[in-house]
Write a protein that binds this ligand. Structure first.
Ligand code: DGL
Length: 277
């Protein structure tokens, strides 16, 4: 079944999930939309996040995908249920997979969560973790300042003082495990690790989300098969394995995407206003 998988985020952050999808599901084709023009979502009112996420969904549905991935914690917390209730195809979010990864890999009893204002305010990680483990202490910190660093591809030297300031409360909380509850953060995981120290286990949703997607596609008989030939050179031209769209500046999106995915990429511009209701 060689229909595409649609992936959405407020910007480049969902590419951290895409990277894992390309690794775990190398035969699949992905269409990605990053709403960089309106990023960050994380400090916006919930209703606005829901309506922007619905616009991304409507855009992705024009590609007749077989599944959708909301590769954004903020949009997952605010809009996953709404998107699921109207989407004709299965929709995965990143918070349940992230919570599962945190439970599996946690060291000690105290888990820290960093994310956008809306993700932290929603308490979605606490709810998801407590569903399985009610003996863990969960301390959450809004760190929205880290999103623009990633979105704009700040160099490490400029980012470092921001990281030091923003992550100080996390350091003081002495957590053993820290959930990167925003899909932008894995792109600067090494820098975060340096600031919080080597003894803190960093958790992100990407590996688990891609694994859940693989299971879902397998169970539903929707996995792309090699035999159909999408990986053959001629087919690749017509059906690239990854199509990237942004509402923002295509050149800066491309620079971040190429650095992260380590390959040349084309980025197409899209205006989501046509998908508003
Ligand atoms: N990538 C989004 C997330 O995972 C956050 C970025 C934003 O604030 O738009 O929460």
């Amino acid at each position: 079944m060689n229909r595409v998988i649609g992936v959405m985020d407020s910007g480049v952050g969902g590419l951290t999930v895409v990277k894992e999808m390309l690794r775990q599901l190398p035969n699949e084709r992905i269409v990605y939309i990053g709403d960089s023009a309106r990023c960050p979502y994380g400090s916006r009112p919930r209703e606005e996040i829901v309506s922007f996420t619905m616009e991304m969904m409507r855009f992705l549905l024009t590609f007749e995908p077989k599944a959708l991935v909301v590769a954004c914690n903020t949009a997952t917390a605010a809009a996953l249920e709404v998107v699921r209730s109207v989407s004709p195809v299965p929709v995965l979010g990143v918070i349940d997979p992230g919570a599962r990864a945190a439970i599996r890999e946690t060291r000690g009893k105290r888990i820290g969560v960093i994310g956008t204002v809306q993700t932290i305010r929603s308490g979605a990680y606490e709810t998801a973790i407590r569903r399985t483990r009610d003996d863990l202490e969960i301390v959450s910190f809004p760190t929205p300042e880290l999103v623009p660093l990633v979105e704009m591809g700040w160099p490490k030297a400029a980012a470092r003082p921001v990281l030091e300031t923003v992550l100080e409360p996390v350091r003081s909380a002495e957590v053993e495990t820290l959930v990167l509850g925003c899909t932008h953060y894995p792109m600067i995981a090494d820098w975060i690790q340096e600031v919080v120290g080597p003894d803190v286990a960093l958790i992100n949703s990407a590996t688990e989300t891609a694994a859940e997607l693989a299971t879902l596609l397998t169970e539903m008989g929707l996995l792309a098969s090699m035999s159909v030939g999408f990986r053959e050179d001629d087919a690749k031209e017509a059906f690239p394995d990854l199509r990237l769209f942004t509402t923002g500046d295509a050149a800066s999106f491309r620079a971040v995407a190429e650095r992260w995915l380590k390959r040349p990429l084309a980025v197409e511009a899209v205006d989501l206003r046509a998908f508003a209701r």
